[in-house]
Design a protein around this ligand. Structure first.
Ligand code: UN1
Length: 498
């Protein structure tokens, strides 16, 4: 056990406690009694101060040339690289994921920095002919203003990076409100932004509870945009509030991602993909595989191979070298996963392996859930429809490709998807017919890269895509500019006709 870290808010370049000094604690999910950090329980006045700081900084930041703003982000990438190992260890301790995955989380932030820095010298608009003589027409991207970024605990570095970096390169200022479970990761990340030399107020950090600090930001009249990743329930509140207050809003919510395995698939590869997709990060990814749609001809063989592989997975603290599956983030989530197992049993699913909270040896000190495979699941069962966010995967048998795609699509969500097949025609049909923001062919449902759009259809999101060049569409608005150099009044739609 180490001494708890003391985290503070970062407002206008100052590290501050909450105005009334109230604080909260974050823990180590692999060791229930260990406090990792204390952090401010921000009040309304802290939130107001963060918004005022971002508003003030916006006046000058928007005028810094985009390539110069991008150079700050480039430096954030370099500084992140310097602290990669330290930050990965902290992620493992506070969030729980195995070190290799934690390093990937930081690397995703670094990749995002370098990719986004490049956008500072692109951010292309268009020039287009005018319908009038001696008139010039073009489009330019404009920053939006003050952006509140509300981020989850499962990717405590990558997700704040892929929101903050494009927001900043586009000329906005930001207030990061990180999840209550991972305040130390967010603090270290913002320290890194500060070390890279960002001017005061350009990035602010506001800790606290979602229903307090987060809610103030979402309702605040001086916040122009909210970018939220998290549960569908909170997303509905964020979306409705932003609708009422006319804010720009980008929502990234749940998934019920499926991997299809056809009868012609490379089964070894498909099993490997399923294990990683379903149990990586203990299933706590929006992109996690929570349904395996299996062709009946291979189902028995595939299931046997999957069970054998999954039984060998080693659970443990993320920072222990042989750990493959880390803990669930907290007691509430652990109970939620457990409750879904009760539901699965009531609905008639068969638990092939797992199904219980793991308590052997050291595991009882943390929030561990056994990797779980549910068989005999029918498409309409709750465990086949609702996001569980744990190491639980449901097996669904199908008799044809068409049935597989129909079942894959039959959910309210549409984030990630995957199909294993060697048939090129099926692969292309799947690419066309699957309703999801991301489709993998012969790869698992997880593994998105930062330079491609990230997001989903249906109730997963509200039509935006983060990452890639599409992040610019979230964090800018278009302005159409007309320059008339004719020296006379030229009326569009009227004076261009005889
Ligand atoms: C998430 O699950 O919230 O594709 C993000 C992946 C990661 C990002 C996941 N690169 O699984």
């Amino acid at each position: 056990m180490t001494t708890p870290l003391i985290c503070r808010n970062f407002i206008d370049g100052q590290w501050l406690n909450a105005t009334d000094n109230a604080s909260l604690v974050s823990g180590n999910p692999a060791s229930k009694n260990e406090v990792v950090a204390t952090f401010p329980r921000s009040t309304i006045s802290d939130a107001n101060a963060a918004v005022a700081s971002a508003r003030k900084a916006y006046r000058s930041w928007r005028l810094v040339p985009a390539p110069a703003r991008a150079e700050y982000i480039q430096r954030v990438g370099e500084v992140l690289g310097k602290y990669k190992e330290e930050l990965a260890l902290l992620i493992s301790r506070e969030m729980g994921k195995p070190l290799t995955e934690a390093r990937g989380d930081v690397q995703e932030g670094i990749d995002c920095a370098y990719y986004t820095a490049g956008e500072g010298r692109r951010m292309f608009g268009q020039t287009t002919p005018s319908e009038m003589p001696n008139k010039f027409a073009m489009t330019v991207r404009m920053p939006i203003g003050v952006c509140a970024l509300i981020t989850p605990w499962n990717f405590p570095v990558a997700i704040p990076c892929w929101k903050a970096m494009p927001a900043l390169v586009c000329g906005n200022t930001v207030i990061l409100k990180p999840a209550e479970d991972t305040p130390a990761c967010a603090t270290k990340l913002v320290e890194i932004f500060a070390e890279a030399g960002l001017p005061p107020g350009v990035i602010n950090l506001l800790h606290g509870l979602g229903e307090e600090a987060g809610k103030v930001l979402v309702e605040h009249s001086d916040v122009d945009l909210v970018s939220f990743t998290g549960s569908s329930e909170t997303g509905a509140f964020v979306g409705a509030t932003c609708g009422r207050t006319h804010k720009r809003v980008c929502l990234e919510m749940g998934g019920k991602n499926a991997q299809v395995v056809m009868e012609d698939a490379d089964l070894e590869l498909a099993v490997e993909g399923a294990v990683w997709g379903a149990f990586g990060t203990a299933g706590q990814r929006c992109t996690a595989t929570s349904r395996l749609i299996l062709h009946r001809d291979i189902k028995q063989k595939f299931t046997k191979m999957l069970v054998e592989r999954s039984q060998k997975l080693r659970l443990g603290a993320g920072y222990e070298s042989d750990t493959e599956i880390g803990p669930i983030i907290n007691e509430r989530q652990l109970q939620r996963v457990s409750k879904y197992l009760d539901i699965a049993r009531e609905e008639g699913a068969e638990v092939l392996i797992g199904g219980e909270i793991a308590t052997e040896g050291e595991l009882k000190n943390g929030y561990f859930f056994q990797p779980t495979i549910l068989d005999n699941v029918t498409p309409q069962m709750r465990v086949a429809q609702e996001e569980i966010f744990g190491p639980v995967v449901a097996l669904i048998e199908v008799s044809s490709f068409e049935e597989a795609i129909a079942i894959l699509n039959d959910t309210n969500y549409g984030l990630s998807s995957s199909i294993y097949t060697r048939d090129i025609n099926r692969a292309f049909t799947a690419m066309r017919d699957i309703e999801a923001g991301i489709t993998y062919i012969n790869g698992p449902t997880i593994g998105a890269e930062v330079h491609l759009p990230f997001g989903g259809v249906k109730q997963t999101g509200n039509g935006h895509r983060e990452a890639g060049s599409t992040a610019l569409d979230v964090f800018t608005e278009w302005k159409s500019v007309y320059v008339d150099f004719s020296g006379s009044l030229q009326r569009a739609q009227i004076d261009n006709r005889e």
